[in-house]
Ligand binder design. Structure first.
Ligand code: FAD
Length: 479
């Protein structure tokens, strides 16, 4: 194999974990290369995850808005509002292309070498890159950032046409009349929302008795109610036990056999759907990485094992992002990337795993940070709770038409003795932007009184946060 150069840091994987680790390493003066095999930078997030899903969520919401919301605001559209799916997909592809190219220019600007091909560990200081030919890179430090892949169900293998993963669901050629979504997590609900808005009759089948089970229950219950009102259907506490898939090219629907999740003996049922999206989870992706050859250990579920300094069982090899424990989120991967680079460069760095926000980009959005009420109860922590509904927020009332601006609420949880903020949970318009204030407050160890005594611009949605803070230890003004 050719020698491809000597580096301080070689990053394997160019997703939000890997590309941020590479840029930060270079900024800190380390000679850096990033190996990526998909032919574009940005990983799952930019190519088949966060970005294309948000493009379709935004475009499909505009369609819904044009049909149902604009007329109520005195904006009349003469003629028919219809979907040009090819146009919508083109807009999605353009935003993806622009952003992935953007990462490439950031590499150039920061002098990161972008090495195209599949990276395999061949020693504790060497990575072999295969892309037609092979090449060896030598590295003082290696960062593994190979991400994750959708999990397949044995009864429902992906053909990406009728049985699709999230990747297929981002690129359907036509709007399926009916769609079944297996898995009521955020990916299933976001993609289900897209196709429901574009005209599909969507049924979500979820094993647990609630959607997004880890979410604060009060929020999960409200989200379920709102999505049902939007005509999404749900079969909760239900498992898929079998499937009949017509042969490729043949007409006909996929038949799913379902039964109650709670053990044998329940009533069996079948559902038929033109397209089935399987969104039951993602697995760490370490194929072709050669972990065994160098002795990098993984846990029982296949995640690369790391210590609190992000080091694997081989100390100069680090791992970050979806391929290690913790939330499978782009910003968690990126922050681990920065932290890892800083530590390699001899700095301390900082990442507070208790303050990683999570957002579900349905309409309205759901955003959370910190502990849920259920977690506090379970841990026996005494807390005060403040809730404020958007129904009593002037900006939400002004923007609203049809309800989904005002159906949500802000919920704050604070320590009963110290008033320190322990959790913020929002279901409502722009919740994903609003959560940043709670994340910052928690990072700085703020109390709910600190938030309540901070001036918030009027009229804004963020006033609902301040009122929820007031409600935590005192009385809100507007309700
Ligand atoms: P990845 O982004 O998976 O990147 C890993 C990269 O490594 C890939 O490009 C892969 O090709 C490459 N690679 C793997 N093995 C090798 C090898 N041996 N050699 C060379 N290259 C290799 N997260 C959010 O925070 N917000 C969202 O809104 C959001 N929406 C999502 C929507 C969908 C539909 C999906 C599927 C995911 C979404 N996520 C979202 C999750 C987010 O995409 C991931 O958490 C994030 O991409 C993880 O980053 P990563 O760098 O660890 O891995």
């Amino acid at each position: 194999a050719n020698s491809g150069g000597e580096y301080d840091v070689v990053v394997v994987g160019g997703g939000p974990g890997g590309y941020v680790a590479a840029i930060k390493s270079a900024q800190l003066g380390l000679r850096t290369a990033c190996v990526e095999k998909r032919g574009a930078l940005g990983g799952t997030c930019l190519n088949v995850g966060c970005i294309p899903s948000k493009a379709l969520l935004h475009s499909s919401y505009l369609y819904e808005e044009a049909q149902h919301v604009l007329p109520a605001h005195g904006v009349k559209i003469d003629g028919v509002v219809r979907v040009d799916l090819a146009g919508m997909m083109k807009q999605k592809e353009q935003s993806v292309a622009m952003l992935t190219k953007g990462v490439e220019s950031l590499f150039k600007k920061n002098k990161v070498d972008y090495v195209r091909g599949c990276g395999t560990l061949t020693g504790k200081n060497s990575v072999q890159v295969t892309d037609g030919s092979t090449m060896q890179l030598s590295a003082k430090h290696i960062i593994l950032a190979t991400g994750s892949a959708p999990t397949e169900m044995p009864t429902l293998p992906f053909d990406e046409q009728r049985v699709v993963s999230s990747t297929g669901a981002l690129a359907l050629a036509s709007v399926p009349p009916t769609m079944a979504v297996v898995g009521g997590g955020y990916i299933g609900l976001e993609m289900g929302s897209v196709w429901r808005r574009l005209g599909s009759d969507v049924t979500v089948v979820e094993f647990a008795d609630r959607i997004v089970p880890a979410m604060d229950h009060e929020l999960g219950d409200r989200l379920l109610r709102i999505l049902k009102k939007q005509k999404m259907k749900f079969m909760l506490g239900t498992k898929v036990t079998g499937a009949q898939i017509p042969p490729r090219g043949a007409k006909g629907k996929v038949r799913l056999e379902v039964e109650p999740a709670g053990g044998a003996g329940g009533k069996k049922d079948t559902i038929e759907a033109d397209v089935v999206l399987v969104a039951t989870g993602r697995r760490p992706y370490t194929d072709h990485l050669g972990l065994e050859a160098v002795g990098v250990q993984t846990d029982a579920r296949g995640f690369i094992t790391i210590n609190e300094r992000l080091q694997t069982s081989v100390p100069n090899i680090y791992a970050i992002g979806d391929v290690v424990r913790g939330a499978m989120l782009a910003h968690k991967a990126s922050d681990e990337g920065s932290l890892c680079a800083e530590r390699i460069a001899g700095h301390e760095g900082h990442l507070n795993y208790d303050c990683i926000p999570g957002v579900v980009y349905t309409h309205p959005e759901v955003a959370t940070v910190g502990k849920t009420e259920e977690q506090l109860k379970e841990a026996g922590v005494a807390y005060n709770k403040g809730v404020f509904p958007f129904l009593a927020n002037s900006r939400a009332r002004t923007n609203d038409a049809g309800g989904d601006y005002t159906e949500g609420f802000v919920k704050l949880l604070a320590d009963k003795h110290t008033d320190r903020l322990l959790g913020m949970h929002v279901i409502g318009p722009n919740a994903g932007e609003m959560i940043a204030e709670g994340v910052l407050a928690m990072e700085y160890g703020a109390s709910s009184e600190d938030i309540a005594r901070t001036t918030h611009a009027h009229p804004t949605l963020s006033e609902a946060l301040r009122e929820a803070a007031l409600a935590t230890f005192d009385k809100p003004i507007h309700i």
